[in-house]
Structures are given as C-alpha cells and as structure tokens.
Design a protein around this ligand. Structure first.
Ligand SMILES: Cc1cc2nc3c(=O)[nH]c(=O)nc-3n(C[C@H](O)[C@H](O)[C@H](O)COP(=O)(O)O)c2cc1C
Length: 354
C-alpha cells in the first residue's frame, strides 16, 4: 500500500498527500507583485495533484529580495495579487504555503538568466545586510553589519509578511532559514562573527530565528502550521554541522514548529557538496529521529517508487520535488498511476486518466 498518497495532518490542516512542491523562485514578479506566470506555474501543479505547494522565497521587504524580480509580501498589493492564485490552487485540493525570506548578503543580484551577478549602482543595487560585514564572495558587496534597529526591523518585516500571508489565504508559512540567506547567515559561524547576544554559541546564533517565530505567532493562528527550511549542514569546515541542526530542531520543536524542511549548503561558494539522488535524506532522517519532529527532504528525487519508499520506511514525513515538477507539472497524477493508487483526477482531465 502506497504511503506517498496517504494524507497528513499538521494542526488543523490536512494535506491530501506527502508531495510538496519545493519553493522555487521564478523571477517573474514586478515590484514584488506576482504575475500571470505565477498563476499558470502554481496553478498547473495544483491541477497536477501536488499536496502542498510551497510558493517561492518571497521577500518580506524590498531589500530582502534576491533580485528585483522576486515575489514580495510586504504590502497589501501583494496580498491582492496572491489571493486569486491561492484560491485557484486550493480549489484543486492543494494546501498552500509561502516561504518568507530575507536574502541578507546574497540580496541585490540579477535574475539567473541575466547572469545572477550582484547589481551595481548603474542597474539598481541596494545596500545588503548581514550579521557581520563579510561579503559572500569576491565581486559581492560588503554587507552592512546589522545593528539592533536593523534586527528589530527584520523581525517586524517577517511579522507583517506573516499577517499578509494569512490575509492572502495561505495555510502554511515556511521561514527560509537555509541556503546562505539572512537567517542562515546568523545561524552559521562561517558568516556570523558577532560577539553580542546574536553571535557565539548556537543559542545566540538562533536568537534571530526564534525571535522572528515568537513575533510571527502573535499574528498567525495557533491552529495553522509554521515550517522552517534549514541548511542542515553548510558543507564547510567551521560552518553548521548536523549536530547543530539537531539541536536547533529541538529548539524549534519547543516553540511549536510543525516541520523542518531539510536542505543544505548555500553559505559559501567554496562548499564542497556531494550531490546524488536523495543526498539530503540522511540529514532529515537524523533530525527526525533525534529531535522527534516531522521532516521533509528535497534533492534530486524524481522516481515515484523512491519517493514512496522514503515515506513508507519512516525516513521522512513529506517529500519535496523541485526541478522534476518543473519538468513535469502533473507528476503526482503519473506517480499515483505508477504506484497503483486510484486518486481523483480533475474533472476537466478525467478522459485522460491513466
Ligand atoms: C529554479 C529554482 C529556484 C529555487 N528557488 C528556491 C527558493 O525560492 N527557496 C528555496 O528554499 N529553495 C529554492 N530552490 C531550491 C529548491 O527548492 C530545491 O531545494 C532544489 O532544487 C533541490 O531539489 P530538486 O533536486 O528536486 O530540484 C530553487 C531551485 C530551483 C531549481
């Protein structure tokens, strides 16, 4: 019996299967406002049967965007633009999540197909922020070391974004604490050299994340889940190691986080990542066992049988697919057929049911 198509409950939310669309920036928003492309892009995955659609890293402030083309959620105009997309996707039975993000020292870059380079004063660069004034890589600007006012503003921005996400109809918010962006920069000793309450031991490096969560909880219903995406390891000596992430996951469980979305890397361009099918499963499994918290894994998962095995063998609770869902928006319909599970197809496509 397939486990991939067994529903899962987080607080008051039931998700119809264990398939999550991984958050993926599509660099197609204008001034943070999502576009027709987002409707087609996210809507087709809902039609395709994805259980949980996690909307791309969405800026909590203009300066928190990776590029000028990122989605944003700091203003009411963003809420209005998201509403019809959320409504459409939900009408096909998908749960809707949004990844709230601040890009920190990796902000202010161009879209991937425009070179992904840091912007300059001629093409709209803005001041980047980080726990310490250390550039991400050669050619990147030196970020401003955040003072307490900057920290307070970021916490307020995440809180305002969570409130807006709620108004737009989202079921879940996922805090982006991975891939070398702002919160990961605080968590990692590689980028956080502070000597105040926000630097040093893991309890201090996690302070910003925990303060953001506490503040978000004042505007986000207790009955609605919050996920956190982390980089379980930085893949660099002196960076975050798996035991730090297990410890962090235990802290996150205590403050009521429903799931840890386990990714890795991104803090350093010199990281030596070993990438193969399911290369991040071991991180998720270790965190799940040692911190006793639901987890998802992501990374080169393409085959229905493999995804099903990961859930059935109790390694993970959800499986996130990124690029495979870009290649094949109807992957869940096809996966159900491969696994011999009879799921409801959209009325409009019933004549094509496998
Ligand atoms: C086009 C693209 C955009 C991405 N944008 C994000 C993002 O906004 N937030 C995030 O946490 N990860 C992002 N990622 C990483 C994916 O969520 C995922 O972790 C990664 O692609 C590995 O999974 P896959 O092998 O199934 O693609 C992105 C990946 C791709 C390919």
């Amino acid at each position: 019996m397939s486990m991939l198509f067994k529903s899962i409950q987080f607080k008051d939310l039931t998700i119809k299967n264990r398939i999550m669309m991984a958050p993926m920036c599509v660099y197609s928003a204008k001034d943070g406002v999502v576009s027709d492309f987002h409707m087609a892009h996210l809507g087709s995955r809902a039609v395709g049967g994805v259980g949980l659609i996690m909307v791309e890293a969405t800026g909590v402030s203009p300066e928190g965007r990776i590029s000028p083309y990122d989605a944003g959620i700091w203003d009411k105009k963003h809420v209005e633009a998201f509403k019809p997309i959320v409504r459409f996707c939900k009408s096909f039975g998908s749960a809707m999540g949004i990844q709230l993000a601040h890009a920190g020292r990796k902000a202010s870059t161009d879209a991937p197909w425009l070179g992904e380079k840091p912007l300059n004063s001629q093409n709209g660069a803005w001041q980047t922020l980080a726990p310490s004034a250390i550039q991400f890589n050669e050619g990147f600007p030196v970020p401003k070391e955040m003072d307490y006012n900057d920290i307070k503003k970021v916490i307020n921005d995440f809180t305002n974004a969570a409130k807006n996400a709620n108004d737009a109809g989202f079921d879940i918010i996922e805090i982006h604490a991975a891939h070398g962006y702002l919160i990961n920069e605080f968590l990692s000793p590689e980028s956080n050299k502070r000597t105040d309450l926000y630097g040093g031991p893991i309890e201090n490096r996690a302070r910003l994340l925990l303060e953001i969560i506490t503040s978000i909880k004042s505007v986000w219903s207790e009955n609605k889940p919050i996920f956190v995406r982390i980089s379980a390891i930085d893949w660099v000596e002196g960076g975050v190691q798996l035991e730090d992430s297990v410890y962090l996951a235990k802290m996150l469980k205590k403050v009521g986080i429903s799931l840890i979305d386990c990714s890795s890397g991104g803090i350093s361009p010199h990281a030596k990542m070993k990438i193969y099918h399911g290369y991040q499963i071991k991180f998720a499994d270790e965190i799940r066992k040692k911190a006793d918290i639901p987890v998802s894994t992501v990374g080169l998962i393409t085959k229905p049988e493999f995804a099903d095995y990961l859930v059935a063998s109790d390694l993970v609770d959800m499986v996130a697919l990124g690029r495979e869902l870009l290649r094949n928006p109807y992957w869940p319909l096809y996966a159900a057929h491969k696994l011999g599970v009879d799921i409801e197809w959209p009325d409009q496509y019933k004549r094509a049911k496998l």
